[in-house]
Write a protein of this length. Structure first.
Length: 71
């Protein structure tokens, strides 16, 4: 029995990381507009979550191709 793509945990993690990335970019823009240097922390968080998005998306794609259940 094959699992649907929406129930794949790695895809779900990729979507969550993408949401964090988008929200942290928005927070960085607002922070810099207000003149706060705290935006640098938001930019670093955006970079980290962007890397997590690529990692989990690639991992989910390769796992889907191979059909392997274990990592």
């Amino acid at each position: 029995m094959s699992a649907s793509p929406s129930s794949d945990p790695t895809r779900r993690l990729a979507y969550y990381a993408l949401a964090v990335c988008v929200l942290s970019v928005a927070a960085a823009v607002v922070s810099f507009i207000q003149g706060s240097w705290l935006g640098i922390v938001w930019v670093l968080l955006a970079g980290l979550s962007s890397n997590m998005t690529w990692y989990y998306a690639r991992r989910g794609r390769t796992r889907g191709r191979s059909g392997s259940v274990t990592g």
